[in-house]
Design a protein around this ligand. Structure first.
Ligand code: NDP
Ligand code: GDR
Length: 392
């Protein structure tokens, strides 16, 4: 018998990787997508199956975490063996602007699914994964952070996720539901949303290299994160639901870099030179010039010229000294999470966790993806079509 999984947030970064992973494992995958005025299924279009054929193994339903009756109906219809609750308003900075909605979707949304499992009498059948987050640690009480580290959330997003975390624990203890929290640290990929810092950086660096953008505006350059690859992390989400006993796990690489390190690594990939300007830069005493450390062969392979190469007639490579990274306080958060570093020992021991992708490989893959996209935009521009400058 094939297993059936239901993924909320299937149109997001993790939803797309997880759906692909479960389909390869032979699952029938159902997903909940929101109705939007423009198509929002770019990340999963390659999995799409004609709804008119029989025995599909990839099926989408319209739904929303703020709508209980809709969730109950879908769960009743699907009778899932596993539910992965990945849907959320997942942007920390935006949660300060939409705190009530964030609480509703990310906090109460989790309760709605757990209640649906209970109302439908699926407590013994359906296993539940909750997308918890390292943001729960917020103002960190211990470094590195592990499963027993006390929480101190620092944003409406993190506070909503705190509710999601504890209601998952409570339903496990109260009703015997196989329910787990994955406390995942930041994970990125070429599918990452364009307004999260890593993707904003790789996209901007690629566009700057091709003359499509002239400046990357960032907020806190000094915040430290433990960044892994989403493809590696979704496998752990699945593994958590395959154990004898439901438990909560930290998933992290155990290695930490700053936002500034990420910018440098991305610029290095393309062999471009950076200068920094703005508030916060002085804290470490620089307007910094970062000389490319990438091999010339690699830059050539990507089609970007390093400093000193002949200018191509097709691109407007920034000249040395151009300011292309500027710190802009508008991206500072009312309360910031300055540092996060995970201790994944439990996941290593019990789930056999080893992150497969290094920081350098992650950055390289993201830059390459965005460079290919930027090349398409540059082609459009050359043929007289407009391309927008950049997302904030
Ligand atoms: P994304 O922002 O890429 O995806 C979020 C998904 O949730 C999208 O499919 C989005 O739909 C959907 N969604 C948002 N609001 C609702 C709603 N009200 N009802 C139904 N669906 C909704 O996030 P990620 O894939 O990066 O993250 C997946 C989960 O993991 C999230 O819960 C996030 O908070 C959590 N997390 C992420 C980490 C990371 O580093 N990526 C780390 C730790 C936790 P649409 O496409 O229409 O916007
Ligand atoms: P985060 O990710 O808040 O950790 O939440 P994000 O990439 O948004 O920020 C990481 C750090 O970079 C700093 N920063 C900027 N961030 C953004 N978005 N844009 C900027 O211009 C910028 N400049 C500096 C931030 O201040 C922050 O310190 C992500 C989300 O995926 C959550 O859903 C998830 O729970 C956590 O990771 C773990």
């Amino acid at each position: 018998m094939k297993k059936t999984a239901l993924i909320t947030g299937i149109t997001g970064q993790d939803g797309a990787y997880l759906a692909e992973f479960l389909l390869k494992k032979g699952y029938i995958v159902h997903g909940i997508k929101r109705r939007t005025s423009l198509f929002n299924t770019d990340r999963i279009d390659h999995l799409y199956q004609d709804p008119h054929i029989e025995n599909r193994n990839f099926i989408l339903h319209y739904g929303d975490l703020t709508d209980s009756t809709n969730l109950i109906r879908i769960i009743q219809l699907v009778q899932p063996d596993e539910i992965y609750n990945l849907a959320a308003m997942s942007h920390v900075a935006v949660s300060f602007e939409t705190p009530e909605y964030t609480a509703n979707a990310d906090g109460i949304g989790t309760l709605r699914i757990l209640e649906a499992i209970r109302i439908l009498g699926l407590e013994k059948k359906t296993r539940f994964y909750q997308a918890s987050t390292s943001e729960l640690y917020g103002l960190v009480q211990e470094t590195p952070q592990k499963e027993t580290t006390p929480f101190y959330p620092r944003s409406p997003y993190a506070v909503a996720k705190l509710y999601g975390y504890w209601i998952t624990v409570n339903y496990r203890e109260a009703y015997g539901i196989y329910a787990c929290n994955g406390i995942l640290f930041n994970h990125e990929s070429p599918l990452r949303g364009e307004t999260f810092v890593t993707r904003k950086i790789t996209r901007a660096v690629a566009r700057i290299a091709l003359g499509l953008q002239d400046c990357l505006h960032l907020g806190n350059m000094n915040s430290l994160r433990d960044w892994g690859h989403a493809r590696d992390y979704v496998e752990m989400q699945w593994l958590m639901l395959q154990q004898d006993k439901p438990e909560d796990y930290v998933i992290a690489t155990g290695v930490q870099y700053s936002v500034r390190d990420f910018v440098n690594a991305a610029a290095n990939e393309l062999g471009i030179t950076l200068r920094w300007e703005g508030e916060g830069v002085d804290e470490i005493g620089i307007v910094e010039s970062v000389k490319s450390g990438s091999e010339p062969g690699r830059s050539k392979e990507l089609g970007v010229r390093c400093e000193g190469d002949n200018p191509s007639p097709l691109t407007s490579h920034p000249s040395p000294g151009d300011i292309i990274v500027r710190v802009d306080p508008r991206y500072f958060r009312p309360t910031e999470v300055e540092t996060l570093l995970g201790d994944p020992t439990k996941a290593k021991e019990k789930l056999g966790w080893t992150p497969r992708t290094s920081f350098e490989e992650l950055v390289a893959e993201m830059v390459r993806g965005d460079f290919e996209e930027a090349q398409k935009d540059e082609l459009c521009r050359r043929h007289g079509f407009n391309t927008f400058n950049y997302h904030e």
